[in-house]
Design a protein around this ligand. Sequence first.
Ligand code: HAM
Length: 560
Amino acid sequence: MIKAVRGTRDILPPDTALWNHVETIVRDVFRTYNFQEIRTPIFESTELFARGVGEETDIVSKEMFTWEDGERFNEKGMIDEWVKKNQSGDPARVEPGRVNVYRTGAWLSELNRLGIQLHVLRGITVPPGSMSSNEEFVTFRPNVSANAIESLIRVRDEVRKKYAQDFGHSAISLRLVVPAEAAKGSPWVSTDEVEVEAFPGNYFSSSQSLTLRPEATAGIVRAYIEHKLGDRGLNKLFCIGPMFRRERPQKGRYRQFYQIDAEVIGPASSGSDSPARDAEVLEMLATLLDRLGITGWTLELNSVGNSAERVKFNEALRVALEPLKDKLCGDCQRRAVTNPLRVLDCKVPEDQPIIDTLPRISEFLEEDSKKHFAAVQEILKSVGIEFTINSRLVRGLDYYTRTAFEFTHGALGAQNAILGGGRYDGLSEALGGPAAPGIGFAIGEDRLIMTLAEKTPAESVLRKPDVYIAPMAAMNVAAARLARELRRHDLVVELGDENFRLKKSFEAATKAGAKYILIVGENEVKADTFALKNLATGEQIQVPFSELAAKIQQGRIQPG
Ligand code: HAM
């Protein structure tokens, strides 16, 4: 059995109802803050994340799904060139891309079955049955692998046998033509069985390194630069979708997970660097969590300073770590040299007392950053959003400047961050774009749902069928008409089948969780009045067709 890959999972009904419920509320709340949706590709060039998120982060250094794309073999180009060069005799008989079926006959399908494509049959002009010594089959391959040669040898033998039977002689040779690079410099490689011809020219398109997005911010800022979204002033964008990180899977941590990401970005003239934006984003998050019915969260806040302050802080950390680093875990020993800020992220319990002695970013903030951070806090207090300052909160991505935050929740255990975010005032410039301060966050949707599911079971937000239509014998047509009519009234209708016995229909209706069952028999259709039975109470009433939708709708609002 083929199973979902480790770290990925299927989200099945009824759970999907809870996901939709969350996303509907998210969209509702975001709309009232004037956010608009952006959809960026799921993969981007690797360089975007290396430059945006930072080479030294865990995400970029160990967790990305990256591959080389390209090295595509231009098969047609090579065949065309080869044919041009090798054409001899009657050109009409050289048919690129096609085997001369007249000659090859039935065994062509045998070759295909073996996965061998013969693109060109070159050479002879003689009719079948006559002798020829230069019959040659040519196949084009981007690479010469041992397998390719082995299977060609096998085919050659089969073809020979068949050929001898059909045409009375066995002269046939097989040649593999490959781009020169793939033949590793030798113009002709002969295995005594198959000749490999290295064909000059470049038939590979160049490759590029691509990566499944581990997060959304870099892609959104890329789109901001590419489409000059700064011309629109302040952009408030959100994006919901899958992200990919090769982390060790555990509860609340997946290799494909979902984020609800929002970003506020624009030229400074649009007010994008104002502390009012930071506070607005945080207040929106508090509102969203409240609307979802999630209580007991904690907002942890810090300022990680601007890039100049960060440089000084990093240097101070480097110096402070120098005599201490040997006592820290292996990762921290490396980080102490490459990116000391990351040491503050360390979760290894033994390291914590040492890390607690390190300098704090707050000591390195200059007046502007201090004022900015104080202004954010002031607004938050005035709108009644509680928070705690965590001076060790630096976040796992390198683009952050000034405000950084996380919302945590006790119910999540070790992976307790429901969401994280912050300011990234220099990111656009780091990616080659204009100055464009920004702030944003990403909610881990999987974790949000986990927190929510404790109180709100998926079943409770699932819309079950209002009515199950049970057609009696030969009543499928009438039932379909009825279903169409009821669905036009926005009722959820499940449709049975005329071959079901009534008992089976009742069972199916109950299993589907339908509120009513509607029996459609010949008499009912004639009388245009139907038996509508409430499956919970057992109450059954006769309802004229014209009143059916209203009656069922009524039942929906006042259950029972
Ligand atoms: P992040 O902290 O790397 O930030 O991820 C945000 C959230 O995504 C985390 O708090 C967590 O809930 C969830 N998450 C991360 N990794 C996993 C995983 N393997 N499985 C399940 N959930 C996970 C960012 O991604 C930034 N781009 C946020 C941001 C937006 N900053 C500014 N704008």
